[in-house]
Design a protein around this ligand. Structure first.
Ligand code: ADP
Ligand code: MG
Length: 259
């Protein structure tokens, strides 16, 4: 079964008003079970809108969204996905551990069990020694790892991420990319990842979905198959070839034949 199926989705905001805007037009997207898909495109092309539709934070004007075969609303109720945004969005008055526990608390999980699970998630992102700290005592990169641990805490089959590393320096970003890949591989999580970095999209993804602006549409889908997703992979010719392919798709220029 597919992790996500978006079918003929159009989203128009402020219908009938002077500021009416069609953010997405006739979008079809299928994310396979365990697949890592990135959405890339110019600012304002509807990436966040598409992610929010999948998360059932907003509703499509027309078309349908299913998550693991269920309607997006049902999937949200069942916490079928975890979500992480550009801003970590942690609660400052809660310790790191209690931030990660929050979705489990909302689920009604018992105290001992949720503490154990939250500790396990913090270990996964390399923050096992920071459970007792408050978010303000952590660097931006560490806060973002806490947000990822929180998103993973309910062990969702699907992870939705909107530029989660956008505010981080390049070194931290590369480290977290590798960590994220390790976590997804370990847990079999399907992922939809929004970014405006071509290299990030290529490094992380099984498939890069390219969008164009006004109204947002999917214009290309680039399958990525790197020999390895590590430092060697980042320096391999296939990595650079895929970056070129995505860049050209973003520009809307046809691919040159490489001889
Ligand atoms: N809640 C909203 N109300 C009105 N317009 C919106 C709303 N959310 C997004 N938009 C508009 O929809 C378009 C796509 O926005 P968005 O999905 O945030 O783009 P991206 O994430 O690709 O930068 C933009 O023109 C934006 O102004
Ligand atoms: Mg956005």
């Amino acid at each position: 079964m597919s992790a996500v199926v978006v079918s003929s989705v159009t989203k128009t905001f402020n219908i009938g008003r002077t500021d009416e805007v069609t953010a997405l037009s006739e979008v079809d997207l299928t994310v396979g079970d365990g697949e890592f898909v990135s959405l890339i495109g110019p600012s304002g092309c509807g990436k966040s809108t598409l992610l929010r539709l999948i998360a059932d934070l907003i509703e499509p004007s027309t078309g349908t969204v299913t998550v693991a075969g269920k309607g997006a609303g049902q999937a949200r109720k069942e916490q079928a996905y975890g979500i992480a945004f550009q801003q970590a969005g942690l609660f400052e008055w809660r310790t790191v551990l209690r931030n990660v526990e929050l979705p489990l608390e909302l689920r009604g999980m018992g105290k001992a069990e949720r503490k154990a699970r939250a500790e396990e998630m913090l270990t996964l992102v390399g923050l096992e020694d920071f459970g007792g700290h408050y978010p303000a005592q952590l660097s931006g990169g560490m806060q973002q790892r806490v947000a990822i641990a929180r998103a993973l805490a309910v062990q969702p089959p699907l992870l939705l991420m909107d530029e989660p590393f956008g505010a981080l320096d390049e070194m931290t970003r590369e480290r977290l990319q590798s960590e994220l890949l390790g976590i997804c591989a370990k847990t079999g999580t399907s992922t939809v990842f929004v970014t405006h970095s071509i290299s990030e999209a290529v490094f992380l993804s099984d498939r890069v979905v390219v969008m164009s602006a006004r109204p947002g549409r999917i214009t290309a889908s680039v399958t990525v198959d790197l020999p390895s997703r590590d430092d060697a992979g980042r320096q391999s010719p296939p990595f650079f070839d895929k970056i070129t392919e995505v860049r050209q798709a973003l520009r809307g220029t046809p691919l040159k034949t490489v001889s």
